[in-house]
Design a protein around this ligand. Structure first.
Ligand code: 13P
Length: 273
């Protein structure tokens, strides 16, 4: 039997890092992972300028820590000054791409329709999209959290996601960089609702989709947040810029590892229910 959802801890460096400090951070992380590899997937998403440099320091495509980007264009090539296409990211060694982060939805007015087009481009290029959803403080106060995240997910997920791997990150906008987080029970409610929605859309395949929580995760709260049902890892911002803190989140996540296994198969290949 194999684990259906191996936990994933992803560091989103956002617009932080020059060559020297990015490299130092990466080398320290590779060193820690080499000495004591945790039973989880680890991902680093540096700014686009550092993708090649950090990718090399991670050991390339075969490295234990994966490389990811923070955005991609919806088109695959052409006259789009300043944009970076998904095939270019794959060519640079990326395995994942974060899409629809609330900072992009806010700063660049990205709609879910655009996120869906980007996710399609990412899947077509062999990248695993990490599709972000999350409610604002006002939406939360109005009791709209579940409706907002379901709606964002429904509009952001492309048709192609039915057959290919992708990741969803729940990041409440009010929790990002604020030092505040929802309670584990609140996170559990949202992740449970996202899983249920995915089951309606994907059927059995929904059980393989990793749901990450993001927003003010740190070394002190990681254990409680990562232990919540249907939380399959974290998307980490500020704390991913500090090696020891990021590493303690990885270790806490590995320690909490849930055993979500594939359903047993009966003889003749029929899935037992
Ligand atoms: P913080 O961990 O800094 O709150 O950021 C979360 C985030 O936005 C990750 O994508």
């Amino acid at each position: 039997m194999t684990d259906l959802r191996r936990p994933l801890v992803a560091g989103n460096w956002k617009m932080n890092g020059l060559r020297a400090d990015g490299l130092a951070r990466t080398r320290a992380l590779v060193d820690k992972a080499g000495k004591r590899p945790p039973a989880i997937d680890i991902l680093i998403c540096p700014p686009a300028t550092l993708l090649t440099t950090i990718g090399r320091a991670l050991g390339g495509r075969r490295g234990a820590i994966a490389l990811g980007a923070q955005d991609c264009a919806p088109r695959t090539s052409g006259a789009h000054t300043g944009d970076i296409a998904a095939p270019m990211l794959a060519d640079a060694g990326c395995r994942y791409v974060i899409l629809g982060h609330s900072e992009r939805r806010g700063d660049h007015r990205e709609t879910s329709a655009l996120v869906r087009a980007k996710a399609t481009a990412a899947l077509d290029s062999g990248l695993t999209p990490i599709v972000c959803v999350g409610e604002t403080a006002a939406q939360r106060r109005a009791g709209k959290t579940l409706a907002v995240v379901r709606n964002q997910l429904a509009r952001s997920l492309p048709e192609a996601a039915v057959a290919r791997p992708f990741v969803v990150a729940y990041e409440p906008v009010w929790a990002i960089g604020s030092g505040h987080t929802p309670t584990p029970a609140e996170v559990g409610k949202v992740h449970g609702a996202l899983r249920a929605w995915l089951e309606g859309r994907l059927g059995e395949r929904a059980a393989a989709v990793r749901l990450l929580y993001g927003g003010s995760v740190n070394g002190a709260n990681a254990q409680a947040l990562m232990a919540v049902a249907n939380v399959d890892g974290g998307l980490i911002g500020g704390a991913s810029l500090k090696v020891d803190e990021f590493w303690s989140i990885c270790v806490a996540t590995a320690g909490n590892r849930k055993t979500t296994r594939r359903p047993a198969r009966k003889q003749g290949g029929k899935v037992k229910r």
